[in-house]
Design a binder for this molecule. Structure first.
Ligand code: NAD
Ligand code: UDP
Length: 316
């Protein structure tokens, strides 16, 4: 296949490029580097089946030659207002990437009669009343809350994807990604995994927002990419959760990082970002992925963190 990946210079996009090239496909990467970095793709420079177009997907997309699939991953993804790369600080860009960017990506898929995959998110469930979250749950998002620029853009993107599927017959997929981590995350994007690892490596206090009782479920990037690749090859049009159901609270997570680094830096408690701006619990129900993709994660949290830490050590 010849595949366009928007957001190719980001954390997930760059790993997808690697996997698709390893499977023998041809990849066209597209990015405007708003949160991504050329370094993430530097190793692909000169690769015969890889090309790159610097472009903002909020504007009309033109890709010369045919395409068999379009994977729309372009969007800021970190919620942390303390980082310049947090979507709260890129609110208009985030809404445009989710709304106009999805429209343009669907448009190019339609022009080439290509498959389309939308990178959606567990954030479409908002601060959920249902636990764990199943795809059938409609979510609880505050439309004017701090995170709404991301959550509502992704909800709109899902609706637009289904409209193109139902009205234009486009062969679409929607992956609802839960917290994923691994090498090539930005050290400074403010998400909890790079924050804690960086702080621990620098022997600074680990910054816990609130009392740390809020939970997340962390998936190692290779597991996620496997799930997405299987989804691409499937004919599932309904949204599919891809994530690791192993749930841990943020306090325990901080202790795990300290233990892995044989570190004893203190934990620093900061005012909570709870309620509408910091979901209290999050864990995917992955029964649909198991059933239709025969997929489940295989990398444990400890194993995944051990694979990730050297990358951050080197970056520092
Ligand atoms: P990232 O910030 O590393 O990558 C996003 C990439 O998109 C960056 O390279 C950025 O420069 C690019 N981009 C943003 N707006 C653009 C635009 N208008 N035009 C062109 N490129 C643009 O984040 P990530 O973690 O790799 O996330 C990738 C996708 O996966 C996003 O759509 C995100 O919403 C989704 N997602 C990620 C997670 C996760 O845990 N990593 C969870 C849920 C959903
Ligand atoms: N968090 C934290 N300290 C940090 C960064 C994040 O306690 O330095 C918390 C954050 O409040 C949230 C969880 O860790 O409850 C996960 O945050 P992240 O930014 O990774 O993404 P989210 O899952 O909220 O989208």
């Amino acid at each position: 296949m010849r595949i366009l990946i928007t957001g190719a210079a980001g954390f997930l996009g760059s790993h997808l490029c690697d996997r698709l090239l390893a499977e023998g496909h041809e990849v066209v990467g597209m990015d405007n580097f708003v949160t991504g970095r050329p370094e993430n793709l530097a190793h692909l420079s000169g690769h015969q089946r890889f090309s790159f177009i610097r472009h903002d997907v909020s504007n009309f997309i033109f890709v010369p030659g045919k395409l068999d699939a379009v994977m729309h991953f372009a969007s800021p993804a970190s919620p942390n207002p303390n980082s310049p790369y947090g979507y709260v600080n890129l609110p208009i860009q985030t809404m445009k990437a989710g709304a106009l960017g999805t429209h343009n990506s669907l448009g190019v898929a339609r022009a080439y009669n290509a498959k389309f995959i939308l990178a959606s998110t567990s954030e479409i469930y908002g601060d959920p009343e249902v636990h764990p979250q199943k795809e059938s749950y409609w979510g609880r998002v505050n439309p004017v809350g701090e995170r709404s620029v991301y959550d509502e853009a992704k909800r709109f993107a899902e609706a637009l994807t289904m409209a193109y599927h139902r009205y234009h017959g486009i062969d679409t997929r929607i992956v609802r990604i839960f917290n994923t981590y691994g090498p090539r995350m930005r050290l400074d994007d403010g998400r909890v995994v790079p924050n804690f690892i960086k702080q621990a490596l620098q022997e600074k206090p680990l910054t816990i927002y609130g009392d740390g009782s809020q939970t997340r479920s962390f998936c190692y990037v290779d597991d996620l990419v496997e799930g997405i690749y299987r989804l691409l090859l499937s004919d599932e049009h309904r949204p599919v959760n891809i994530g690791n159901p192993h749930e841990i609270n943020i306090l325990e997570f901080a202790k795990t990082i300290n233990a892995l680094l044989e570190n004893s830096t203190p934990l620093a408690m900061f005012p909570e970002r709870r309620g509408e701006s910091d979901p209290e619990r999050r864990r995917p129900d992955i029964s649909r992925a198991k059933e239709v993709l025969n997929w489940e994660p295989v990398v444990s949290l400890e194993e995944g963190l051990r694979k990730t830490i050297p990358y951050f050590q080197e970056s520092l």
